[in-house]
Structures are given as structure tokens and as C-alpha cells.
Design a protein around this ligand. Structure first.
Ligand SMILES: O=C(O)[C@H]1NCC[C@@H]1O
Length: 344
């Protein structure tokens, strides 16, 4: 066996969504801030391609690179790599990172509760992990400030027609649409059709509404379409199933932490969810995040919220990814059979 690199990974999933964690073998990228470091990873593409492309990755995979924190309040920082983007924050990936840090002993675990501060490219997040017998059993994340952007706006979507949507930010940027308007019931057997429709909605929303983060103008697109069922009250708790369509073409298997944060910001802006009121986000495979609005806040003079989401993550394996110097595809490859081109 020979290899010109060895990347050590602890694989994990949070409520069904893969979030592998690189724990060794990659030097921290250059940059004065974590955001700059994440832009370097996005521009350079070498690590993204090696880990996300076939034969090592695939469209379903997210990979997180642990790096030393820049902010002295944080115990660790990480850079999120998703198939289409290198985003500011991710709920499912934050659960995977916190679980791997604690369950594998990279950071010390205190039972029954461990508190951490982690640094994502989009800001600091506070972690409260319920721990027992060496396992982080449930992880709560206080997310970055989240806000509704455009409410009840009409867009024209190819093959759909006029569609009323909201846009919002919950650590990443969303267009949110109602499945009833689209003829979906959010069952798992609709997954392929949800993806095709969601990609068209994302494309239309980017062209017709757009998005720019008020404090980070470099984040200037809508990443995801969240097809979000109306809220119903189950045992008195506001609950809603969603299907978040991730470019280039898959559905989040988890309830999507940034999506639930964005949704809560919209519900709050519409007067439909109060500060502190529980909200359950449910995924298309039936997994759940327990969410709430921790507090109202302000972002560049606009009303915003600090959301919280809680869920479970499990380690699924360890891998050492190698590169034989004679391998003709050191950065892997993508083919449109499993890695669809963005539909327009
Ligand atoms: O939980 C989330 O926020 C996400 N899951 C995969 C894509 C998003 O980052």
C-alpha cells in the first residue's frame, strides 16, 4: 500500500443525514478568520473534490473539517463542505461534529451534561449535550441569528406557474414553499419529484427574489428549497414535516436544522410561533428535531431570532482515505446519473 495523503475521518449521521468529520490529515487552510478559511476551501476545491466526488464521496455526503478556533470563546471550529456549497452553518453537520468531538474523546465529555462553544464559518454556536455512558445522546444547538427575508412573495416557476413563497436565513438561505400548492403530501415515495420541483423553485427564487446576508454580503444566493407542510398541533406542540431540497439534487434526510431555524423565523414574523414555544421539525424519513426560539434579536437593524434545535447523531465508522500517486483521478469525478446538473 502507498499513498500521497491519508485523511482520517469519523463518519456520522444526524437523524439520517450524513455528516462525516475529518479528524486528522489535513492542515488548517490559510485565512485570518474562519469565514476566510472556508472561502479558501471553496475556491481551492482540492479537498472538496477529493472527499465529496466519487469514488470517495457522492451527492449524499457532507464532510466537516475540524480546525482550531479563531474565536477564543470556542473550543473548536469546523468548516462544512456540502455537495454544492461551503456554507456558513449547518444544523445536521453541527450535531455530527459535536457528537464526534465528544464520543471519540477529542474534547472532554462531562456527564450528564457537556457544554461547548463551537465556531462555524457563520458564527459561534452553543452546544448542550446530554451525555451518558460515554455517548452524547442528544445535542442541542443554539444557532446563529436567523431572520425572515421576504414574506408572501409570488414567483413564476417553470412547470408550476405562480407560487407564493417566503425566503429566510437560518444559518443558510432558504426559499420556503407550501406542498399543498404543489400537490405534494411529503411522503418518501415523492422524493425524486420533490427534488425536481424544489430545484426549479430554488432557481426561480434566486432569479426573481435573490438573497444577500446583511452582515456577510458574500453569502448572496438562496441555497435550498424547503417544501414545508402547514403547522399542525400534535399533543399541543407545533409540528411540521418538511422536505429540504439540496442542490444538485437530494432531499435532506434530517429535518434540516438551518431549515427549521429559517422556518421558525418566518413563523415568528407572521405571529404564528412565540418565543420559547416548542416546535418540532419532522423529516421525510420521520426523524425529528426539537426546536424553539430562544430569544428575539436584531441583525443589522432587522428583527431576528436565536433559534435552538436538538437532535441525535450516531457514529457509523472510521475511514482512512488514501490517494495512490498513480490514480489518474486524484480529485475524483461527477457524472450526471447520480450527481444531477442543476435543473432550471
Ligand atoms: O441541518 C441542516 O441545516 C442541513 N442538513 C444538510 C443540509 C443543511 O446544511
Amino acid at each position: 500500500m502507498r499513498s500521497s495523503k491519508v485523511i482520517h475521518v469519523v463518519s456520522c449521521h444526524a437523524e439520517g443525514e450524513v455528516g462525516d468529520v475529518i479528524v486528522g490529515g489535513v492542515a488548517p487552510p490559510p485565512g485570518d478568520t474562519l469565514w476566510e478559511q472556508s472561502r479558501w476551501i471553496a475556491r481551492d476545491e482540492t479537498l472538496r473534490n477529493f472527499m465529496l466526488n466519487e469514488p470517495r464521496g457522492g451527492v449524499f455526503r457532507h464532510v466537516n473539517l475540524l480546525v482550531p478556533s479563531k474565536d477564543p470563546r470556542a473550543q473548536m471550529a469546523w468548516i462544512i463542505m456540502e455537495p454544492a456549497d461551503t456554507p456558513p452553518m449547518s444544523g445536521s453537520n453541527s450535531l455530527c461534529v459535536a457528537t464526534v468531538l465528544l464520543d471519540s474523546g477529542i474534547l472532554p465529555m462531562t456527564e450528564p451534561v457537556t457544554h461547548l462553544v463551537l465556531e462555524a464559518p457563520g458564527g459561534l454556536v452553543e452546544i448542550t449535550a446530554q451525555c451518558r455512558d460515554g455517548k452524547a445522546e442528544k445535542v442541542e444547538v443554539h444557532n446563529v441569528p436567523s431572520f425572515a427575508d421576504k414574506i408572501d412573495r409570488w414567483i413564476e416557476v417553470e412547470g408550476v406557474g405562480s407560487l407564493q413563497v417566503d425566503t429566510a436565513y437560518g444559518g443558510d438561505s432558504f426559499v420556503i414553499a407550501d406542498p399543498q400548492q404543489l400537490g405534494f403530501s411529503l411522503h418518501a415515495d415523492e422524493a425524486a419529484d420533490l427534488v425536481a420541483t424544489g430545484l426549479k423553485i430554488t432557481h426561480a427564487a434566486n432569479e426573481q427574489l435573490g438573497f444577500t446576508h446583511p452582515l456577510n454580503p458574500q453569502w448572496s444566493h438562496i441555497s435550498f428549497c424547503q417544501i414545508a407542510a402547514p403547522v399542525s398541533h400534535e399533543s399541543g406542540v407545533a409540528t411540521a414535516t418538511n422536505a429540504v431540497v439540496i442542490r444538485p439534487g437530494k432531499i435532506d434526510r434530517s429535518p434540516c436544522g438551518t431549515g427549521c431555524s429559517a422556518r421558525m423565523a418566518v413563523l415568528h414574523a407572521k405571529g404564528q410561533l412565540k418565543v420559547g414555544e416548542p416546535f418540532i421539525g419532522r423529516s421525510i424519513i420521520g426523524s425529528e428535531f426539537e426546536c424553539r426560539i430562544v430569544s428575539p434579536c436584531d441583525i443589522a437593524g432587522r428583527p431576528a431570532i436565536i433559534p435552538s434545535l436538538a437532535g441525535r447523531a450516531w457514529i457509523t465508522g472510521t475511514h482512512q482515505h488514501l490517494l495512490d500517486p498513480s490514480d489518474p483521478w486524484p480529485e475524483g469525478y461527477q457524472l450526471s446519473d447520480t450527481w444531477p446538473r442543476d435543473l432550471k
